[in-house]
Design a protein around this ligand. Structure first.
Ligand code: SAJ
Length: 419
């Protein structure tokens, strides 16, 4: 059996929200780490000890890893004992998974593979992707044997260990979370576990690759379904003239009920995407999972309709859109329902739009217009006659109710209605 001592050099392929923190944490444990990314900008930034993404505490960790020479970034793969793949798995037309980033990364790694190497797929992936990886590599390297054919005797070991960290808490959760480790064979899983034990304090739970793939998709689908339940309740309550926040608070006093929060919709690169991978693999069986996606995707339209209706009642509507990020207290606007709603309000010229997003300095191009401006919270709250809360940033919660008394409020996040 191989030991930790075999992991002298770890290569992390894809230096984004998951790959870079993982690389920095492993380097902080004294292992030599080579980060590989197609972006020269990312590589140059990291080699200067800086970061190109926003995540608490990551800057210090990267700076120290680069200064001590334990972390180095490059655009070309180099030989290593372990390769960890953390590239995006978006979806393409028809909500079908796009595995092209994984395929490219894996084929690049294959050119530098050596007997005894361990490959780990961290990217969230449809069931069967880890086996596909093994197949892709074997096509490039017929001189080596791979576990999807040779099983335990293979020259190369391959496992799937899905990332499951929460943006904003990545450094802490990388170490403390339990990990699911799925090997193509039990030996693949065992070797991957030895690697994770270098930096993970949580339990490392071993299984096969297909179950690990499904476990990650299940976790995010579970959350999506639960958020959809809350969002559906908010739309039912609106129709029945019930305050959904009070309703949920009361229902949650039951010892076995724990309803999540309705919002403006579900955003980000994970929960709004991953359930589709299950739907794509088992379309006839995945009925609740598909419906949950549809319910959550419909929520921005529901909020927008409310804004349209209220704006039509004003001569000169001034609409404050509170928040653009896809969730509280971060700067990430990717797949954000708040951006989708605000963009539509701007495009339809429903009024003058005062946008408040404390975590950015400049509006994205799709929100730039003569009648839209990025302003401070106080200015927006003073000038607007309609206030729409789209993101539940902590700073919004501190607003005094007296400031809002004259305004029409569409509180999609329940920031001011809950209490
Ligand atoms: N949201 C609601 N109501 C809620 C909770 C969330 O509307 O009660 C919305 C958020 O505002 C946001 C979206 O859902 O728009 C997703 O936010 P999130 O905090 O639920 O999750 P993510 O996307 O930041 O991170 C998730 C996490 N998965 C789970 O909690 C099961 C994280 O652990 C995963 O690592 C991550 O996806 C990932 O990378 O897959």
């Amino acid at each position: 059996m191989q030991t930790e001592l075999n992991f002298k050099r770890v290569s992390v392929v894809g230096l984004g929200y998951i790959g870079l923190p993982t690389a920095a944490v492993i380097a902080s444990r004294g292992v030599d780490v080579i980060g590989v990314d197609v972006s020269e900008y990312a590589v140059n930034t990291i080699n200067q000890g800086k970061i190109h993404i926003v995540e608490p505490d990551l800057d210090m960790l990267v700076q120290s890893a680069v200064t001590t020479g334990k972390l180095r970034a490059t655009t070309q793969p180099e030989v290593a004992d372990v390769f960890m793949v953390a590239v995006p798995t978006p979806f393409k037309e028809g909500n079908r998974p796009d595995l092209s980033y994984i395929e490219t990364a894996v084929k690049n790694i294959a050119s530098v593979l050596e007997k005894g190497n361990l490959i780990i797929l961290e990217s969230t992936s449809p069931v069967g992707t880890t086996e596909k990886m093994s197949q892709w590599m074997s096509e490039v390297r017929p001189d080596l044997t791979f576990p999807h054919v040779q099983g335990e005797q293979a020259d190369i070991q391959i496992a799937h260990c899905p990332e499951r960290v929460l943006p904003g808490y990545v450094i802490q959760e990388l170490v403390s979370n339990d990990r699911v480790i799925g090997g193509i064979t039990p030996r693949c899983a065992e070797r991957a576990k030895q690697l994770y034990k270098i930096f993970v304090k949580g339990d490392c739970l071993m299984t096969d690759a297909r179950t690990a793939e499904m476990a990650k998709l299940t976790e995010n689908s579970f959350r999506d379904v639960n958020i959809a339940f809350a969002n559906e309740l908010s739309m039912i309550s609106d129709r029945l003239s019930i305050n959904v926040w009070e309703l949920i608070k009361l229902a949650n006093r039951h010892p076995r009920v724990n309803i999540l929060n309705p919002g403006a919709g579900v955003g980000g690169h994970c929960i709004a995407v991953d359930p589709w991978f299950i739907v794509d693999s088992a379309p006839e069986q995945a009925r609740i999972i598909r419906t949950a996606r549809e319910v959550n995707d419909s929520k921005p339209h529901f909020v927008l309709n409310k804004v349209r209706k209220v704006a039509a009642e004003f001569k000169s509507p001034k609409i404050a859109c509170m928040g653009l990020a896809f969730k509280a207290d971060i700067d990430d606007l990717r797949e954000s329902p708040a951006v989708e709603i605000t963009q539509q309000i701007v495009e339809e010229q429903l009024g003058d739009v005062l946008i408040v997003e404390p975590h950015i300095n400049q509006l994205p191009d799709n929100l730039t217009a003569d009648h839209a401006a990025l302003v401070q919270q106080a200015e927006a709250l003073e000038q607007a006659n309609i206030i729409v809360t789209l993101t539940d940033h902590s700073i919004f919660k501190q607003v005094k109710p007296s400031i809002l008394s004259e305004k029409v409020i569409i509180d999609a996040r329940g920031i001011w209605e809950k209490d």
